[in-house]
Design a protein. Structure first.
Length: 535
């Protein structure tokens, strides 16, 4: 008989029994690479995943139903991170902490999320822990590689080795998140009760936060190593600003913040990389919205002065204290915002400043307490482009509109294959074929009709780049549409594969909306009978 003095375990987090949704949620928690611990409203541990137990050297019996204060001590930063008195909040919050346990000091990035019951009262709090020493080790490893190679080969070879290291690191970090985020997206599209939907949403948001953190850390490392490849060209600043605003409008509405768009009074062109300019603008706009007040506003202005274009993003938030302004662009520095419950990692602004400088510009800030902040992006001015030709039109063919799209997925990882099977099963008129080796995939292409080949880069018998090369150099299959599906998200790697003939590049963790959009584009092209040479 259960001891009534013990806290009740939340059913959907209790273990492998229960509905499919509950078992899937439990499986995702168990397989997560990051340590995860969940406590009830009284602070007693009701779930600790294997990574948490391994990190701190516990057995399940050492922690289950014990309070965090008993396990780590009442003064542990993890107790403060739980913030049980704060109650449930919307979204998650991120903070830094250094935990001492068994003689080890662990610098951690702590993501907190809270679960509320039907009455809105706090039901449970979860912590996802990321080892910040990992980045320090990665930087040291890069430096060690550089030192060894500089004694043997030219500096160019050392830079190449850095690029390969970052590429591999991106793959290794993203791969385990692919199943977590992918199956979470599938689960979210099914029928869930309100509590289950809340849990799925929280897991999804926490997973996406980790992906963004990985992207930011890799960007910073790439900037420091000089390995980010940018395509600098004349860019219509007004168009870039409008596109970025459209991407954050829903977020602004949810935060009750009004965005004032710049007036397109005159052409304003700058030398920039379109993708990276958009990334910087999204970072600045997202911060201006999240750190604003309800009913506040965000104003964007674009001006040209001499040889420079300035894009200023102003908010009506609480502002930044003058003594903290010098730390605004330091990595992982949130200036106390980690105590507010506002999501963030402290990496967006350092990445944005680095990208601005790579594009030949700068990013600065001015702020006044209780008035707001203005971040100004300055870029070299450019002459308006007049050589942009209209997109070519296609002539409809006699391919039936409802003809099934035949997709081949060349992938050796069983979990990734299962995820793709479930994802495409939800897409009408789509047939999936699969192969676990590069040679097996080429054989399928030569014997079966295939409209789209999805190719993983890391295969047991050959690299995905070799598969792509053989497709493009074999006349019978050279016209097949190819999408690389890989956890390697380095920009120079993506550009390299596109130059070698990849039509699309889909990064892991898999975004189902991106995957479905790619399928729709391929289907549309086939309906218009557009050949690769015309794309």
């Amino acid at each position: 008989m259960d001891d009534p003095s013990q806290p009740e375990v939340v059913p959907s987090l209790a273990g492998p029994t229960g509905s499919f949704s509950e078992r899937l949620l439990a499986a995702m928690s168990e397989s997560a690479p990051a340590p995860i611990v969940i406590v009830d409203a009284q602070g007693s541990i009701i779930r600790a995943n294997p990574s948490f137990l391994e990190t701190f050297g516990f057995q399940v019996g050492d922690v289950l139903r014990r309070s965090m204060a008993d396990v780590f001590g009442p003064d542990s930063p993890l107790i403060a991170a739980l913030d049980l008195d704060h109650g449930p909040t919307s979204g998650s919050s991120v903070s830094g902490a250094e935990v001492e346990h068994n003689g080890r000091r662990l610098p951690l990035l702590v993501t907190r999320f809270a679960l509320a019951d039907e009455a809105g009262a706090l039901e449970a709090v979860g912590l996802i822990l990321v080892d910040l020493a990992f980045r320090q080790r990665a930087v040291r490893a890069i430096d060690d590689v550089e030192g060894a190679l500089l004694n043997q080969i030219r500096a160019e070879s050392a830079n190449h080795a850095k690029s390969e290291f970052l590429s591999r690191m991106s793959h290794e970090l993203r791969t385990p998140l692919n199943s977590i985020i992918g199956f979470t997206q599938l689960l979210a599209r099914g029928e869930l009760d309100p509590a289950e939907r809340e849990y799925v949403d929280l897991i999804g948001r926490a997973g996406r936060h980790l992906v963004q953190l990985i992207n930011d850390v890799l960007d910073v490392a790439g900037i420091e190593a000089g390995k980010l490849t940018l395509s600098i060209e004349p860019v219509d600043v007004h168009d870039a600003v409008v596109q970025a605003i459209e991407l954050v409008e829903l977020t602004a509405t949810a935060h009750q913040v009004t965005i004032t768009r710049p007036e397109p009074s005159e052409a304003c062109w700058a030398m920039a990389d379109w993708q990276r300019l958009t990334q910087v603008l999204l970072n600045l706009l997202s911060n201006a919205i999240r750190y604003n007040r309800a009913g506040g506003g965000v104003t964007i202005t674009t001006t040209r002065t001499g040889d420079h274009v300035r894009i200023a993003v102003s908010d009506t938030g609480s502002g930044i204290p003058a003594e903290l302004l010098p730390r605004v662009f330091e990595p992982f520095e949130r200036l106390g915002a980690e105590q507010t419950g506002i999501e963030g990692s402290g990496m967006g602004l350092p990445v944005s400043k680095g990208l601005a400088e790579l594009m030949g510009g700068n990013l600065t800030v001015v702020s006044e307490r209780n008035v707001g902040s203005t971040f100004t992006l300055e870029l070299p001015a450019a002459v308006e482009r007049t050589d942009l030709a209209p997109a070519p039109t296609t002539t409809p063919a006699d391919r039936p509109a409802d003809a099934p799209l035949i997709v081949l997925y060349i992938e050796d990882n069983a979990a990734n294959l299962r995820l793709m099977e479930h994802a495409l099963a939800r897409k009408p008129a789509t047939t999936l074929l699969s192969a676990r080796t590069g040679q097996g995939g080429l054989s399928v292409l030569e014997t079966e009709h295939v409209d789209l080949a999805l190719v993983d880069l890391h295969l047991p018998d050959m690299d995905g780049t070799e598969v792509l090369r053989r497709i493009r150099t074999t006349p019978a299959i050279a016209d097949v549409t190819v999408a690389i599906v890989s956890a390697d998200a380095m920009v120079d790697r993506i550009e390299q594969l596109r130059a070698q003939g990849a039509d699309y590049y889909i990064t892991k963790p898999l975004d189902l909306n991106e995957l479905y959009a790619t399928l729709d584009q391929v289907r549309h092209r086939l309906a218009g009978c557009t050949h690769r040479s015309e794309r």
